[in-house]
Write a protein that binds this ligand. Structure first.
Ligand code: ASP
Length: 349
């Protein structure tokens, strides 16, 4: 064998062993602005969920240098159209993928409107300690200074990072890493729309460089008791938003529609307008789980302050926002109707 041939063989072996050494990441695309196309580079008008997963991957060639990337399309919608069916499909798929030795982590691209809800749903239903990263974008792919490509690069960087194991589901947006339980969309349109109002971000990812500073202490993923493997639908839980001069009609409507639980997004520390309180007390007496949360946006809703929770049989939701409290109550109701047990879940997850 001549020297040229030998060198060629060595180089081929080296490059293929290098690609074996790269982590295997699956990108699951669901739609959203990150996959959107706008009217022009300076227009804010666009349609969500246009680009396919392959187009998203091709738009960020740099991710192929740091990982072996595979893509799958779960849905292609604006995340305002997300539903239980897609959540169950996504969670089951993530569970199946992460069980494989050949998959080291997953990245889920998602619209930002309900990104925090999907992330928290996965945080409670995926039983694996491998990295699970949810990512979105505030600007469409055709916009000037689109944030999607760098967010995707950063999300893959977080997914391949050894320190991302055992952290529960992570959300990457705007160079920040957030815990799925804590993160919320706090602004309708700015690039820094995401924040964790109660605890702050857990880390940063700067052009792929990952740093963690803190971690959620709440139960998640491998420590979660929820199993959706054999579940095809979730119990109905409605959210009712409190306001001055409130009414009882939405409580009655929810009960009539068959709600098993109601999340009351109360004023201040979960407080309730008297007429609404009467209707909620009646619903509670009839077996509907009433969980008090707050419309404030941060802080804990505490038991027995201005509301006599024992008298009415209400539970509280710790510092979860209403949309996350709804997810925990839906999953809790798949296991039990017992109020004490459900209350305990709100303190643990
Ligand atoms: N409506 C879009 C969505 O949630 C907004 C976004 O992705 O930023 O799909």
């Amino acid at each position: 064998m001549n020297n040229f041939l030998k060198t060629l063989i060595i180089l081929t072996l080296l490059s293929s062993s290098m690609s074996w050494a790269k982590p295997n990441i699956v990108i699951l695309a669901t739609g959203g602005t990150i996959a959107a196309s706008g009217e022009s580079s300076t227009s804010s008008a666009y349609s969500s969920g246009v680009a396919t997963v392959d187009e998203l991957i091709n738009a960020v060639p740099a991710i192929n240098k740091i990982a072996n990337i595979q893509g799958e399309q779960i849905s292609n919608i604006g995340s305002q159209a997300i539903n239980d069916k897609i959540w169950l499909k996504l969670a089951n798929r993530v569970n199946t993928l992460l069980k494989k030795d050949s998959v080291d982590g997953v990245v889920i691209t998602h619209g930002t409107d309900t990104l925090e809800s999907t992330a928290y749903f996965l945080n409670l239903t995926v039983r694996n300690n491998k990295p699970i990263v949810v990512v979105g974008a505030m600007r469409s792919g055709s916009s000037l200074s689109a944030d999607g490509p760098l967010n995707i690069y950063n999300a893959v960087s977080v997914a391949i990072n050894k320190n991302s194991f055992n952290k529960g589901v992570l959300v990457v947006m705007n160079d920040e890493i957030h815990s799925a339980r804590e993160v919320a969309k706090m602004n309708t349109s700015l690039v820094n729309a995401f924040a964790s109002p109660n605890t702050g971000r857990i880390g940063t990812v700067y052009y792929g460089k990952v740093n963690y500073y803190t971690q959620s202490t709440k139960r998640n993923t491998i420590n979660s008791e929820f199993n959706i493997e054999n579940i095809t639908s979730l119990p109905r839980v409605d959210i009712i938003y409190a306001h001055a001069q409130d009414t009882d009609i939405f409580v009655k409507a929810a009960v009539n529609a068959g709600a098993k639980g109601i999340i009351h997004a109360g004023m201040g520390n979960g407080n309730i307008y008297p007429l609404t309180l009467k209707a909620l007390a009646k619903a509670s007496k009839n077996g509907v789980i009433i969980a008090r949360t707050s419309r404030v946006g941060s802080g804990r809703t505490n038991l027995h302050e201005e509301v006599n929770d024992t008298k009415y049989g209400f539970i509280v939701t710790d510092n979860l926002n209403p949309q996350k409290a709804r997810i925990l109550l839906m999953l809790g109701l798949t296991k039990t109707n017992n109020k004490e047990k459900l209350q305990q879940m709100f303190f643990e997850y």
